[in-house]
Ligand binder design. Structure first.
Ligand SMILES: *[C@@H]1O[C@H](CO)[C@@H](O)[C@H](O)[C@H]1NC(C)=O
Ligand SMILES: *[C@@H]1O[C@H](CO)[C@@H](O)[C@H](O)[C@H]1NC(C)=O
Length: 157
C-alpha cells in the first residue's frame, strides 16, 4: 500500500513537472546544429496582406525576422541569423507567423517575441539550446515518468 502511494506521488510530481514545462510556458528546445520552430499565432484570421506586419525579436532587441505587409524581409536582420531564419508565407493568412531557426547555436537561446503590430498581441517563446550530448538527460526523465505512469496504471488491472 505504501509503495503504491509513493509511486503515485512520484508520478503526480513528474506529471506536474512535465505539464508545467509544456503548458504554462511556451518553451521550445533545440540542439546545437539542429532547428526549432518558434510558434506565433494571431487569433485573427482572414487577415489582409496590409494588416500583416510582424516583428520577430530575440532578447528584446535583436532583429531576427520581419514580415512587412505580408512579405518576409531580412533587410534589417541581424547578421547572426543570416540564412538561418524562415517563416511560412502560405500560413500568414491563417494568422500563423511561426519562425523556423536552422543551424542552432548556443547564442540563439533566450526569449523570442513576436510583435504582431495590428493585433496588439506579443506572444513570446523561450528557446533552450542544448548540447547534442546533453539531450539524453531530459529524455531519460521523461522515460522514467512514463514508466511510472504505466506502473501505476498496471496496479489497477
Ligand atoms: C504554423 O506553420 C508551421 C509551418 O508550416 C507549422 O509547423 C505549425 O504547426 C503551424 N502552426 C499552427 C498553429 O497552425
Ligand atoms: C539571449 O539571452 C540568453 C539567456 O539570457 C543567453 O543565453 C543568450 O546568449 C542571449 N543571446 C544573445 C545573442 O544575446
Amino acid at each position: 500500500m505504501r509503495t503504491r502511494c509513493c509511486c503515485f506521488c512520484i508520478c503526480v510530481f513528474m506529471c506536474a513537472v512535465m505539464l508545467n514545462k509544456v503548458c504554462l510556458q511556451v518553451t521550445v528546445e533545440g540542439k546545437v546544429g539542429g532547428s526549432a520552430v518558434l510558434p506565433c499565432s494571431s487569433i485573427d484570421n482572414g487577415l489582409k496582406n496590409e494588416d500583416i506586419t510582424v516583428y520577430w525579436r530575440h532578447n528584446s532587441s535583436q532583429n531576427v525576422y520581419d514580415i512587412i505587409e505580408g512579405k518576409g524581409s531580412v533587410e534589417k536582420q541581424d547578421p547572426a541569423y543570416k540564412n538561418r531564419a524562415e517563416t511560412f508565407p502560405k500560413e500568414y493568412m491563417k494568422g500563423n507567423f511561426s519562425l523556423k531557426l536552422n543551424n542552432l547555436q548556443y547564442n540563439d537561446a533566450g526569449k523570442y517575441i513576436c510583435y504582431i503590430t495590428k493585433a496588439h498581441q506579443n506572444p513570446s517563446t523561450q528557446l533552450f539550446v542544448k548540447d547534442r550530448g546533453n539531450h539524453g538527460a531530459a529524455t531519460r526523465a521523461e522515460r522514467i515518468a512514463s514508466f511510472l505512469i504505466v506502473l501505476h496504471t498496471l496496479q489497477y488491472i
